[in-house]
Write a protein that binds this ligand. Structure first.
Ligand SMILES: Cc1cc2nc3c(=O)[nH]c(=O)nc-3n(C[C@H](O)[C@H](O)[C@H](O)COP(=O)(O)OP(=O)(O)OC[C@H]3O[C@@H](n4cnc5c(N)ncnc54)[C@H](O)[C@@H]3O)c2cc1C
Length: 384
């Protein structure tokens, strides 16, 4: 597989690596306990262009390819996973609908604001009775003159406390639903009838928050349909396209975390080896380390290839699901073995391994659970 990466990209990758090591990692524990990323750190992310990675250069983004983007996520997740969530939700699922299907006016207005980090964006699909089965959403949108009126609730919405723009998926035709009756809207914070509920208390990704959204006769201008009137009814396709790519990014997050866990285990075992002559006793741990390296190597090849296929213009629905299953489940196995290697020390609350173990567990759930990814892969095979 050709990896043609420009010097410009390699400079960015190195810059991000240093940023992680020198600025993010040292405050990772404080971010975990305060459950908040300090604003000066978010400003540094803005300066580096990290809020606009996949957004085209014409709209102020970095215009990275999918392969380049997953490589940056792999770097930035070699520390607390919440940092990635802060940027990745905004320039990923939050705004990709506009990049793919937005009108020229929507792109010109929203994308430069998102790319520079002035506006954060979020993606609102999940509801109390519609998670895995997204076609079951109950939020409705009814056209009333020059406005749509939205009613319903969304849950688990990442970055809802930060976002100014919410890509919101609602039913516009009860009969057709996912087959031409679902529409994607741009809802802005402050629109009448829109509010953000309390934050969820999660087991991991503590510095990244999810909230409920409430739409109560929420009035959204007619021109805020993503793609304009011709795209009314086409929002399910937009959402699924957004998620295809999102799954590669989730796979990259799991890969980065697994790499970090393996690095910590390697350091730990080197230190132990220097302190002891009893080599045989550590053979079980050595085997675990070898298995980590093997799985990480395989996961990386799979993810890079899926990303490259997308950059080559191929349909990657199955490949994205396979990469998400493999990378996220691999990261959980790696984290579990790491706890064995670190013994009781790794069990301490707010130990690096303990934090990463909690973070990677969530990757198997959001942007489609492992079970749903398996259904996508098997249905693809049975259909063809
Ligand atoms: C940290 C985090 C951040 C999130 N951020 C967002 C966000 O920004 N925007 C957003 O819209 N959503 C977000 N979500 C929601 C997330 O996408 C959903 O939690 C996920 O899709 C699963 O839906 P659910 O929780 O309703 O579980 P359910 O769909 O109720 O599933 C419960 C269990 O049943 C299994 N299951 C369901 N259907 C099937 C089936 N047909 N066959 C086999 N097994 C099945 C599932 O795999 C799962 O194990 C987030 C979730 C988390 C945890």
């Amino acid at each position: 597989m050709p990896h043609t990466l420009s010097d410009e990209f390699e400079r960015l990758r190195l810059q991000v690596r240093h940023f992680v090591q020198e600025e993010l990692e040292p405050i990772s524990l404080a971010v975990e306990t305060r459950e908040q990323i300090p604003e000066p750190i978010v400003d540094r992310m803005r300066q580096m262009g990290l809020f606009g990675m996949p957004i085209p250069k014409a709209y102020g983004g970095l215009g990275l390819t999918t392969l380049q983007e997953v490589m940056i996520y792999e770097e930035i997740t070699q520390t607390n996973g919440c940092y990635r969530s802060r940027i990745g939700t905004s320039n990923g699922i939050g705004s990709m609908g506009i990049v793919y299907d937005g009108t020229v006016a929507q792109k010109e207005f929203y994308l430069p604001r998102i790319a520079c980090g002035e506006w954060s964006s979020a993606f609102a699909l999940t509801e109390p009775n519609a998670g895995s089965d997204a076609s079951n959403i109950a939020t409705t949108a009814v056209l009333n003159g020059d406005h749509w009126v939205l009613n319903g609730n969304k849950i688990f919405i990442t970055n809802a406390d930060q976002a100014r723009l919410f890509t919101t998926i609602a039913v516009t035709d009860e009969e057709k639903r996912a087959r031409g009756g679902v529409t994607a809207f741009i809802v802005e914070r402050g629109m009448p009838g829109f509010s953000v509920g309390a934050a969820d208390v999660k087991m991991g990704l503590k510095g990244s928050h999810t909230h409920e959204l409430i739409f109560k006769d929420c009035r959204v201008p007619a021109e805020n349909v993503i793609g304009g009137m011709p795209m009314v009814g086409q929002g399910f396709k937009t959402a699924m396209r957004v998620l295809d790519k999102g799954r590669l990014c989730m796979a990259a997050c799991a890969l980065g975390a697994a790499q970090k866990i393996m690095t910590l285990c390697t350091q730990r075992m080197r230190e132990k080896r220097q302190a002891s002559t009893a080599r045989k006793e550590s053979q079980a741990a050595e085997f675990m380390l070898a298995d980590m390296a093997t799985q990480i190597f395989a996961a990386r090849q799979m993810l890079y290839q899926a990303a490259q296929l997308r950059d080559d213009g191929k349909q990657i629905t199955s490949e994205a699901s396979m990469a998400k299953i493999f990378c996220t489940e691999m990261a959980s196995r790696v984290a579990d073995d790491a706890l064995q290697i670190f013994e009781e020390e790794g069990l301490f609350t707010a130990h690096q391994i303990e934090i990463l173990l909690r973070d990677v567990r969530l990757y198997r759930i959001y942007e489609g659970t492992s079970e749903i990814q398996r259904l996508i892969v098997s249905r693809g095979l049975l259909k063809s």
